[in-house]
Ligand binder design. Structure first.
Ligand code: GDD
Ligand code: MG
Length: 384
């Protein structure tokens, strides 16, 4: 892959948040093809470099009642060298959707000679394993893992950890383009290849999202939720640095990847807040504004890469209603952050009132946050 080096970086304590990087060639050939001297603003990452990282990477596909054709398309796009973990929360009745997924996945695995892990989020053994490993936080009143993509992601992170994976990446199951999936995985690997820190996150910024507007295809660049989320995250950074910034473009990036070291250190917010909360958690823990519980991490850099994908992003359309829910979830974690200053809090409230998401005088409820996986007893989890 040929990728530009980051043009800008915001430093916030130990955090280095790099500006969006464009890809100039999705595939730049093998190591032997690399010219002796390269243009210094473009980095050449030969196929082998990406391949070696991907061999240590788990790709997690969270799924809940998606069309099987979409899930299959996503599987077709994941490079063979990655380990696939599918966490399903699909219905078991009246139609057993999970069984259908299982059949499709088994066939695919036979055809491709690929091993993968498929688990149901409501499997009582998973719940028991979590309880025995000292991580009951994501269990619900029925003592099963609660509904939600975030809860499924947490289960998958622990599975990837006990499989000994070094990297973990997430890709939604409702993506229409196998080519986009293939690209995201290589971009995750590219971010890790560029990083010199064990604490690294890579987030995908979509180049475009196709829509039909007045019977014409229109390639939108910015999502309606992410413009709001990004604006407030950037304001939070500017407040402390004193310099206005637009560095954050991926406040709501569902498609993201992390080194396992970082994945085990982060706290996780439930629901749509999980992705914006990555930023909040990093700014709080390693930003130097409040004391860090992990001074050893402060000795390193925490790197956040944002890579712009070339394929358009097209996923299942699930109606417009949840835009407001996503904005509320995103602003909730910003509003309740320990480092959110009064002026930004007031502006968050104004935004929520103006959009009619909250009524005047109301405050967003505090978000539900799950503690980091650092203290999970992995032996007990594996045994159970
Ligand atoms: N395991 C599991 N459990 N998966 C779930 C659950 C659940 O309870 N609920 C949803 N999923 C799966 C869906 O099947 C899909 O593959 C993925 O999680 C994302 O869910 P969507 O319902 O498609 O979310 P979205 O498209 O509105 O939002 C996506 O993009 C946002 C940013 O643009 C998500 O990735 C968000 O997390 C992200 O913020
Ligand atoms: Mg979706």
């Amino acid at each position: 892959m040929r990728i530009e080096i980051p043009r800008e970086a915001e430093r916030f304590g130990a955090n280095h948040i790099y500006g969006v990087q464009k890809v100039y060639e999705l595939d730049s050939g093998l190591r032997q093809d690399a010219p002796a001297s390269e243009n210094s603003v473009i980095q050449n990452l030969p196929y082998e470099t990406l391949y070696e990282i991907e061999r240590d990477m788990a790709i997690v596909v969270p799924i809940r009642d998606e069309r099987l054709k979409l899930l299959e398309g996503v599987l077709f796009g994941i490079p063979h060298q990655c380990t696939v973990i599918i966490v399903s929360n699909s219905r078991r009745a009246p139609v057993d959707r999970f069984k259908m997924e299982q059949d499709a996945v088994e066939t695919w695995s036979r055809f491709t000679q690929k091993q993968l892990l498929l688990v149901h989020q409501k499997d009582p053994f998973i719940a028991r394993a979590l309880a025995e490993a000292g991580y009951p936080y994501i269990l619900d009143e029925n003592d099963l893992v609660a509904n939600g993509k975030a809860e499924g992601m947490i289960v998958a992170t622990l599975l990837a950890r006990i499989l000994g994976k070094r990297y973990i990446g997430f890709i939604d199951a409702d993506n229409y383009f196998p080519g986009a999936v293939y690209e995201y995985v290589h971009e995750y690997a590219a971010g890790f290849a560029l990083s010199k820190s064990p604490y690294t996150m890579v987030r995908i910024a979509w180049h475009s999202k196709p829509k039909v507007v007045q019977s014409q295809l229109f390639f939108a660049k910015y999502g309606r939720t992410s413009v709001v989320t990004n604006r407030f995250l950037n304001q939070l950074i500017s407040y402390y640095t004193g310099f206005e910034t637009e560095v954050i473009r991926t406040g709501n990036a569902g498609e993201h990847a992390m080194t396992m070291e970082l994945a085990m250190l982060l706290d996780y917010a439930t629901g749509y807040a999980i992705e914006p909360y990555h930023y909040i958690d990093l700014l709080e823990k390693y930003g130097g504004v409040i004391e860090s519980a992990h001074p050893e991490v402060m000795q390193h850099q925490v790197n956040v890469f944002q890579i712009e994908s070339r394929n358009p992003h097209l996923h299942e359309s699930k109606g417009e209603e949840h835009i407001d829910d996503m904005i509320l979830a995103s602003l909730q974690v910003i509003y309740h952050s320990k480092i959110c200053p009064e002026p930004i809090k007031r502006e968050v409230l104004r935004e929520l009132y103006r959009r009619g998401i909250l009524s005047k005088g109301e405050e967003p409820a505090p978000p539900r946050i799950y503690p980091a996986l650092l203290h999970v007893d992995l032996e007990a989890f594996r045994d159970a």
